[in-house]
Unconditional design. Structure first.
Length: 347
């Protein structure tokens, strides 16, 4: 058999680093309304300290965002609009055609359901189609309820809630003394990566994000990397039909002045400053354990253990994969070195 091959130029994965005050505000809202993980976010104590300065409208809206998981919608709309400021974001969602608005909001499931997803957006007044589509996410932590929330409100109500929330959040958070420093550091981070080696996409993603492993996926042609401060220390991972989004924590060195301790040290010592957590870390260092095994060994409820383990995980002392907890020995070993560096002692 003879075979004729006429090669074309090979398509490459496009990678971009994108930052803006809108991204930082939206991620702050996403973090603040994540009640299960709130205690692990670096800025939780600061938020609580300044909570009394929130407007009544913001307090009410954040509760609604948390109940409906519409923070996800804020992220998807900003991905679509790429707004550089709050006013552009507000104008953008007001002017967006209803079909495009719901297409941006509806979460991607898989290639099989992609045609269905777009049909639902084009027929957004059909409530039953949203309910049927939500069933695709029955096993997901929050997306089923999120999809159902999209039909519990009129489009104008959703737009009003999102715009009011981000505007009120901006008025609150922008008064923080280091808000300007955050935005400047994020802008520098974006400019630093305006040239990316597209011939090594996996390596570049890991380098820029400080360790995120990416395995190329079918139909994903664009990876968008968004640095953040508000969602520290977590990496948030989302995707659309064609784009993978990684929200990665900005390297803290860009935010610190002389004598200011890195949050990694503060959070790490808090995580280690508890007898049970130290015992858990000691045990996990001996070998991987499941939550059930640790619950049995320590005679502690799974709920309590999950809370304690999440603090160790947030400080990167442990990892969890498919329900199995293991020690991050590299982080444990480097933690004391970081303390020595801060104190100015020789390594």
């Amino acid at each position: 058999m003879q075979h004729i091959y006429s090669p074309l130029s090979q398509e490459k994965l496009h990678i971009s680093v994108e930052s803006s005050p809108v991204w930082e505000a939206v991620l702050g809202i996403a973090a603040y309304t994540h009640s299960k993980l709130r205690h692990t976010f670096e800025h939780d104590e600061r938020w609580l300290k300044h909570q009394s300065n929130m407007s009544a409208k913001l307090v009410s809206n954040l509760k609604e965002i948390e109940q409906t998981n519409l923070w996800y919608g804020l992220l998807m709309l900003q991905h679509k609009l790429c707004s550089s400021n709050i006013q552009d974001f507000s104008n953008g969602i007001y002017e967006m055609e209803p079909e495009l608005f719901y297409e941006a909001l509806l979460p991607y499931k898989d290639r099989t359901n992609e045609t269905v997803r777009k049909k639902i957006a084009n027929n957004y007044k059909n409530t039953n189609s949203f309910i049927q589509f939500a069933a695709n996410f029955n096993d997901h932590e929050y997306l089923r309820g999120y999809v159902l929330s999209l039909v519990q409100k009129e489009r104008a109500e959703i737009i009003g809630l999102l715009n009011d929330t981000i505007s009120e959040w901006w008025n609150w958070i922008s008064k923080f003394e280091d808000w300007g420093i955050w935005l400047q550091a994020l802008s520098i981070e974006e400019k630093k990566y305006n040239i990316i080696d597209v011939s090594k996409p996996v390596e570049e993603i890991e380098r820029i994000t400080g360790g995120t492993k990416y395995f190329p996926e079918p139909s994903v042609w664009h990876v968008k990397l968004i640095p953040h401060v508000s969602y520290r220390p977590w990496v948030l991972e989302l995707r659309t039909s064609e784009t993978k989004l990684f929200f990665y924590p900005l390297n803290e060195d860009a935010l610190l002045g002389p004598g200011i301790p890195p949050q990694e040290l503060v959070q790490g010592h808090k995580a280690l400053g508890d007898e049970l957590r130290l015992k858990l870390l000691y045990q996990i260092l001996k070998g991987p354990y499941s939550l059930q095994e640790l619950s049995t060994k320590f005679n502690v409820s799974k709920t309590t253990l999950h809370h304690q383990l999440s603090l160790l995980k947030a400080s990167k002392f442990i990892r969890v994969e498919k329900g199995i907890y293991s020690a991050n020995t590299v982080q444990i070993q480097s933690f004391s070195k970081r303390l020595n560096q801060y104190l100015g002692e020789p390594l």
